[in-house]
Design a protein around this ligand. Structure first.
Ligand code: SF4
Ligand code: SF4
Length: 119
């Protein structure tokens, strides 16, 4: 009993060993694999990233010029980053927020606005 009391008192006067995630976030380590993002302005919708993805986390629709990414399927292996010759897919040292659902991220090519100089 005195041993347990010592532990209880010790816990009361020391800081918690854990961090109140997600309210206080830890900085990512150098070279940490955080998450995958896509720079869609450079994408040519070739589908090479989707073909290489072992987790089937990427779908590419060339006709619609759309790329759908499922971050909660992604295992952050980096195969899409290595396979993209345009440098669109990148891994950044920033972690996803916890979520109750598993939302998809949809990337669409920017609409090209052609200036009409004939007016
Ligand atoms: S992100 Fe890269 S590999 Fe994937 S469709 Fe776009 S250009 Fe192709
Ligand atoms: S990092 Fe790996 S698992 Fe995640 S989207 Fe790219 S290829 Fe798929």
């Amino acid at each position: 009993m005195p041993k347990m009391l010592k532990a209880v008192v010790g816990n009361l006067v020391t800081k918690p060993a854990t961090r109140p995630h997600p309210y206080r976030r830890r900085e990512a380590f150098a070279r940490a694999r955080g998450r995958v993002i896509f720079d869609i302005s450079r994408c040519i919708f070739c589908g090479a990233c989707a073909l290489r993805c072992p987790a089937s986390a990427i779908r590419v629709n060339r006709t619609e010029r759309e790329l759908v990414f499922e971050p909660f399927r992604c295992i952050i292996c980096g195969a899409c980053v290595d396979g993209c010759r345009r440098g669109c897919a990148q891994i950044i040292p920033q972690y996803h927020s916890p979520a109750y659902t598993k939302p998809e991220e949809t990337y669409r090519a920017p609409i090209e606005v052609k200036e009409d100089n004939q007016l």
